[in-house]
Ligand binder design. Structure first.
Ligand code: PA5
Length: 424
């Protein structure tokens, strides 16, 4: 399902030399004895998920589709990136569906917030507020304004039928608020951190509401659960990726550039940056995750990658079979001199751009490239891929003795901001 190719990675060591270390850390991960093991709920989630709640997610998703033209997903970081990554990965950026999905609660920008309030004024809306802590300021601020807007528009009773809250079982402020208002609620398990929560109702409710088959996504997750429970580097591509990153870091490559050739994968890049950056970047360690979308960004970042400081390696996530394709057309006049592509498929053109770029960056630019290939952009593959990245992340972080599951650094800005805002 997922292939990892390190042939273009200029690895100075053999990945397989790390088998002993990987086997040891595999046991640490699977026996939940490593750092941060309180937050390993995602590991067995493909088998242990709450089946009753899962069915309720599907029922609510249908209700949202019936009651709204616009679904507002109110959350930030791990509380929205996964859902957005999934929805765009599977349906693209201009989906053919009735329900419009808008992401809110992820900014303090007054213009952005007011534009959305204006945009939804005369639309039928539903809202899914998502916050594990229930106290995230960006989300709480937008949610109050949107809640008031909805109560004015639909009455308190009408708003109650259209607001869904996904939050901690009991902690924080959102759960008591939702209970007081009578909103339907979904649980973010205690032992699953925000950036791993796309596989819980955090991701599943918005994804299902967007009309995506979440059973297929869960099937992908379950298959990945079985496939990646293998310590052998011969059998486990997630561990190959984990080790290759560490070898490249030792070679002085401190930046990993996530590369995709599909615009619909842009938010997979955003989601991946949070997953890897927030998990690994601590104690003065870690590889900086960055992302580009090719060929678009070859016309901007391409120059740096080709000839700039040799601080980075690329990891290309490529899709073997695109969702849509067509043959390039003929034009009698051929004034644009594009007839040489007549009869070629658009995806073939895209794949030649990939090959040519790999040759340029690797052969000419000496930029290491790890190649990850997925089969397609279905819901099944999304579920499978997400688990691949989780497992790989846990291994790669344990290899540098980092707790992958906390994020102490993000509190620093909050403290300063709260002081400036006068929060008690
Ligand atoms: O991964 C994380 O923990 C963070 O990115 C959170 O998801 C983000 O800060 C939002 O937090 P919350 O869900 O508590 O509102």
């Amino acid at each position: 399902m997922i292939k990892v190719n390190t042939d273009y990675a200029y690895l100075s060591e053999n990945v397989h030399d790390y088998q002993k270390e990987v086997s040891k850390l595999h046991q640490v991960l699977r026996t939940k004895t490593g750092q941060g093991s309180d937050y390993l709920g995602w590991l067995d989630w493909p088998m242990n998920y709450d089946k009753e709640e899962y069915e309720r997610v599907k029922v609510c998703a249908k209700r949202i589709q019936e009651q709204a033209d616009v679904l507002l997903i109110c959350g930030i970081g791990g509380s929205y990136l996964g859902a957005r990554a999934a929805i765009e990965f599977i349906q693209g950026t201009y989906p053919a569906r009735a329900l419009e999905v808008i992401y809110v609660g992820n900014t303090f920008s007054s213009s952005a917030i007011i534009r959305i309030l204006n945009y939804i004024k005369d639309k039928r809306i539903a809202l899914n507020v998502i916050s594990k802590s229930g106290t995230t300021t960006e989300t709480s601020l937008a949610f109050r304004l949107l809640r008031q807007h909805m109560e004015e528009k639909y009455s308190e009773e009408g708003a109650r039928e259209r607001i869904y809250a996904t939050t901690d079982r009991q902690g924080g402020l959102l759960k008591p608020l939702a209970d007081a208002k009578g909103y339907e609620t979904f649980v973010i398990p205690d032992d699953i951190g925000g950036r791993f929560s796309v596989i819980t109702p955090v991701g599943l409710l918005p994804i299902a509401a967007a009309g995506i088959d979440i059973d297929a996504l869960m099937d992908g997750l379950k298959d990945a659960y079985a496939d990646f429970d293998q310590e052998s580097l011969d059998a486990n591509p997630a561990y190959v990726y984990a080790v290759a990153r560490r070898i490249l870091e030792k070679q002085g490559k401190n930046v990993e550039m996530f590369v995709a050739y599909e615009p619909s994968l842009a938010y997979v890049g955003e989601w991946w940056k949070q997953l890897y950056g927030e998990s690994e970047g601590k104690e003065g360690k870690g590889i900086l995750p960055a992302s580009v979308n090719f060929s678009t960004d070859l016309h901007s970042m391409g120059q740096f990658i080709q000839e700039g400081t040799k601080c980075l390696f690329e990891t290309v996530l490529s899709v073997k079979v695109p969702e849509l394709d067509m043959l390039f057309t003929h034009d009698d006049a051929d004034l644009d001199q594009m007839n040489y592509l007549e009869g070629k498929s658009l995806d073939w053109v895209n794949k030649q751009a990939f090959k040519g770029t790999l040759e340029a960056h690797h052969d000419t630019g000496n930029v290491p490239n790890i190649l990850i290939e997925i089969e397609d952009t279905t819901a099944y593959t999304f579920g499978y891929m997400v688990y691949f990245y989780f497992i790989s992340l846990a291994m790669t972080c344990y290899m540098i003795d980092i707790n992958p599951f906390n994020q102490p650094g993000v509190e620093v800005y909050k403290k300063n901001m709260f002081r400036l805002l006068g929060k008690k």
